[in-house]
Design a protein around this ligand. Structure first.
Ligand code: UD1
Length: 325
């Protein structure tokens, strides 16, 4: 049994690969290195450069490596970029995922963990988002992921094919052992950008919008430590191997933090004031997104270990100091 990790040279995929090899799993990483970084892949994994949409390559890998599960991260993830280049997002996320799902069905690889997103909810009415909250994505990124969820649902009904989709809220932080972290070139994530500003690598942190209908006017998100997210994937993989057919889970801690609260946490961790610049809202950003992750806790017995913004920021900052991208 071997797990195929697509996008395993990326931020979350590289943590996943370590999470798998740490528990003795065999792993093949498939990544086209368009945004991924080769050196972040565990040396215990087999690396193959290529696209998930290359069905002859993917099907050969599935046969040669006795793949029993796919964990699918490969894709494009930047919301404003998706607004500017929607067709690229539908190609990289939706169309490529369709090809990968088809390869699984054709090769009898029945376990599939999908990297979905809270962006499928758009601007929810409820302050806490459950898996039942209406899915009304407001940007092409969210739509490209929701369409993939639909394909998974339909494929699981029609074929001997099982999946778990994990809807990530805001993933942050880095491997506590310091082996990998957020290294994507031109990263846009708030905590990464704040750490870069703290280190003087960008002149200031831009606050995108101070007029949101939130307590301090800045965007509110549910920041989850990447290692807790990886733990959820491992539980999802175990559940699939034990017979789970089709499940969707929110992944977050259930508490919202504003941009200003993140800035305070960064200042506390670094011991310095952070240079900031207040600016206009960014295209495609909802005001507030906080996860109700009761289903994940109840069904998969997920118990977060790093639910503390200071721990999240400290690990992100430690990585940023070492990795100068
Ligand atoms: C989005 C996606 C998420 C995806 C992530 C990766 C949604 C709901 N979520 O998260 O699935 O994984 O992008 O790109 O679309 N901000 C600033 N200054 C900055 C950067 C961000 O003020 O320099 C603010 C944003 O306006 C937002 C918050 O910080 O309110 C978080 O932004 P970011 O880290 O980019 O993630 P999201 O856009 O929430």
């Amino acid at each position: 049994m071997t797990v195929l990790v697509t996008g395993g040279a990326g931020y979350i995929g590289s943590h996943m690969t370590y999470g798998l090899v740490d528990r003795g799993e065999k792993v093949v990483v498939l990544d086209n290195l368009s945004t991924g970084v080769r050196s972040l892949i565990s040396e215990q994994a087999t690396f193959v450069a290529g696209d998930v949409s290359d069905q002859s390559l993917v099907r050969r890998l599935m046969r040669e490596h006795d793949i029993d599960a796919v964990i699918h991260f490969a894709g494009s993830i930047v919301v404003p970029e998706s607004v500017e280049q929607p067709l690229r997002y539908y190609a990289n996320n939706t169309v490529a995922s369709r090809a990968l799902i088809e390869s699984c069905v054709e090769e009898g690889v029945r376990n599939f963990v999908f990297s979905s997103t809270a962006a499928v909810y758009g601007i929810p009415d409820a302050s806490m988002v459950t898996e039942q909250t209406p899915k009304e994505p407001i940007n092409p990124y969210g739509r490209s992921k929701l369409m993939t969820e639909w394909m998974l649902q339909d494929a699981a009904k029609a074929h001997d094919f099982h999946y778990v989709a994990l809807r990530y809220f805001n993933v942050a932080g880095a491997d506590p052992k310091g082996r990998t972290g957020q290294s994507t070139p031109r990263a846009t994530h708030l905590i990464k950008r704040a750490c870069q500003a703290a280190l003087g690598r960008v002149p200031a942190l831009d606050i995108f919008g101070t007029d949101y209908p939130t307590p301090d006017g800045t965007g509110v998100r549910d920041y989850i430590h990447v290692s807790d997210l990886i733990a959820a994937h491992l539980l999802a993989l175990d559940a699939l191997r034990a017979g789970t057919k089709a499940e969707i889970f929110n992944c977050g801690y259930g508490r919202g933090l504003s941009v200003r609260e993140i800035i305070k946490a960064v200042e506390k961790v670094t011991g310095h004031p952070l240079p900031v610049r207040e600016g206009a809202r960014r295209a495609g950003d909802p005001p507030m997104l906080v996860a109700d992750s009761a289903k994940l806790k109840r069904t998969l017995c997920w118990t977060p270990k790093y639910d503390d913004i200071n721990i999240i920021v400290s690990s992100a900052y430690a990585w940023e100091k070492r990795f100068n991208s």
